[in-house]
Every structure is written in C-alpha cells, then in structure tokens.
Design a protein around this ligand. Sequence first.
Ligand code: HEC
Ligand code: HEC
Ligand code: HEC
Ligand code: HEC
Length: 182
Amino acid sequence: MPRVCQWEQSSVSRRFSPTNSSRTDFLRTTAGGEHAPDVIFNPGKLSPADSVDFCGACHGTWPGTVRAGLNGLFSIRQQPYRLQNSKCWGKSQGDARITCVACHDPHGAVVQEPSFYDAKCLNCHVATPSVKPGGDHPGAWCPVGTRDCVSCHMPKIEIPVMHRAFADHQIRIVRSGQPLLN
Ligand code: HEC
Ligand code: HEC
Ligand code: HEC
Ligand code: HEC
C-alpha cells in the first residue's frame, strides 16, 4: 500500500479543533478542514519557515516539540523539529531547497528510493572537491559517498513500540555509538 500524507482526510481533520488563535492552530485547523482551500494549502508560496510550520502543525513544529519536552528517540517523528536542528537548515529563515515540499509531494506516496533525494542534496552541496562551497552551493563536498546520500545521513531509526523505522530528519554525520542528538 502506498504511504501518503493523510492531511486531506477528514478522519485526520476531526482530530483537530480550533483551540486558540495562534498561527499554528490556525494552520492546523485550516489544513485539516474538510474543504481546505488550495490558496492556503500551497506551502510552496509560504516563506521556508512558514512552509515547514504548515506541515509541522501535524508533524511537529520546532517550538511545539520543545514545549512537549520531546527529544532524542522521542523526537524522531517530529520531522520539522529534527530538520530545523540540522546544519542544512542554517541559522536564519531556512531555504526553499530544504523545506518539506522540496523533498516530498504531500499528495503522493513517499519515495523510498534513496537516489531520488541525491539531487535535493546537491542543490546545495558541491559534488566534487575541486569546487569550493559558496554562493548558491553553501554545502561542502562529501569525502565518503557520491550517491544515496540519505542512506548514510538520514538513517532509519527504529521506534521499538511502533515496530517501524523513521528517517531521521536531523541530517548529519552519523558516528557509530553516538547518541541521538537533541
Ligand atoms: C492535518 C494534518 C497534516 C498536515 C498539515 C500535514 N500532514 Fe503529512 N501526514 C499526516 C498524517 C496523519 C500522516 C500519517 C501518519 C504519519 O506518518 O505520521 C502523514 C504522513 C505524511 C508523510 C509520510 C507518509 C508515510 O507514512 O510514509 C509525508 C511524507 C507527509 N505526511 C508530508 C507532509 C508534508 C510535506 C506536509 C506539508 C505540506 C504535511 N505532510 C502536512 C497529517 C498531516
Ligand atoms: C538548503 C541547502 C541544503 C540542502 C538542500 C542540504 N544541505 Fe546539507 N548542509 C547545508 C549547509 C549550508 C551545511 C553547513 C555547511 C557544511 O557543513 O557543508 C550543511 C551541512 C551538512 C552536513 C554536515 C553536518 C555536520 O554535522 O557537520 C551533512 C552531512 C549534510 N549537510 C548532508 C546533506 C544531505 C545528505 C542532504 C540531502 C538529504 C543535504 N545535506 C541537503 C545546506 C544544505
Ligand atoms: C532533504 C530531503 C527531505 C526533507 C527536506 C524532508 N524529508 Fe521527509 N523524508 C525524507 C526521506 C529520505 C524519507 C525516508 C523515505 C523512505 O525511505 O521511507 C522521509 C520520510 C518522511 C516521512 C515518513 C516517515 C519517516 O520519518 O520515515 C514523513 C512523515 C516525512 N518524511 C515528513 C517530512 C516533513 C514534515 C518534512 C519537513 C519538516 C520533511 N519530511 C522534510 C527526506 C526529506
Ligand atoms: C556511505 C555513507 C555515505 C554516503 C553515501 C554519503 N556520505 Fe556524506 N559523509 C559520510 C561520512 C561517514 C562523513 C564524515 C567523514 C569524516 O568526517 O570522516 C560524511 C561527511 C559529509 C559531509 C561533511 C563534509 C565536511 O567537510 O564537513 C557532507 C556535507 C556530506 N557528507 C554530504 C553528503 C552528500 C551530499 C552525499 C550524497 C551526494 C553524501 N554525503 C553521501 C558518509 C556518507
């Protein structure tokens, strides 16, 4: 069965109700509404940070994750939190090339072929040591691999009680024996 985002399904929307007027709740309510208008569900038109918050209304925003006190293994499913902790996100407002919709089509099935994501990484990382990072390619070259980047830098982490592994969206160098960050 293809795995797709369920944001449009009313069973999801019923889980959320307007509890207060904060922006996240507004987005959550709107995104989960029975007839969410396309004009609002167009994360590509939002700023990178707002776009990630939009998805984070259900997938776990950075502040929401901190408030809930989730970290380490317990934060693996909070993709926006993990992603925004990555060096790739940067310190500022992010970059359209590293939002959720840069890698995922929320209307389609999640792509499970690692090589699909290589081009996403190489939008920002230089591909050879002869090119210095800078300009529109601020990311360094990898001395270890040239393809299937996510297989090493976004490892699948098993959540024991769920019997399912989740890709760690905190893109990083993984060292054996190192505890999960944050
Ligand atoms: C109204 C809530 C809601 C919003 C908003 C939402 N999602 Fe989802 N999404 C879900 C639920 C529920 C699932 C299924 C459970 C899970 O995997 O966490 C899901 C699953 C997914 C999956 C994985 C499918 C799988 O199981 O492998 C992806 C990828 C995804 N969403 C991307 C996005 C992106 C990108 C956005 C923002 C454009 C977004 N979602 C916004 C509720 C939402
Ligand atoms: C929006 C641009 C952008 C995208 C897209 C991006 N990165 Fe990065 N990434 C950076 C920047 C900037 C840094 C910090 C400078 C550096 O270490 O190269 C970084 C750092 C890294 C680091 C070093 C992290 C550390 O802990 O030192 C790794 C590994 C990495 N990126 C891998 C990836 C992989 C794999 C992908 C694709 C899945 C990816 N990046 C996508 C911009 C990006
Ligand atoms: C640089 C590429 C990249 C970005 C950016 C990205 N993802 Fe993913 N995502 C992946 C990869 C790779 C997988 C694992 C796919 C597979 O093999 O199942 C994944 C899987 C998922 C899944 C399925 C469950 C899991 O964790 O394996 C969800 C849900 C998800 N992403 C949500 C998001 C959300 C929400 C955002 C924005 C905060 C986001 N992703 C940003 C690459 C990305
Ligand atoms: C086989 C696993 C593997 C693959 C595949 C892989 N990497 Fe790496 N990468 C590593 C390891 C391990 C390091 C740490 C090297 C070290 O510091 O000794 C690293 C380091 C990096 C760094 C930090 C370099 C620096 O100078 O700070 C970046 C950026 C990076 N990788 C990006 C990528 C990108 C982009 C891809 C795909 C084009 C990729 N990696 C493919 C394992 C991998």
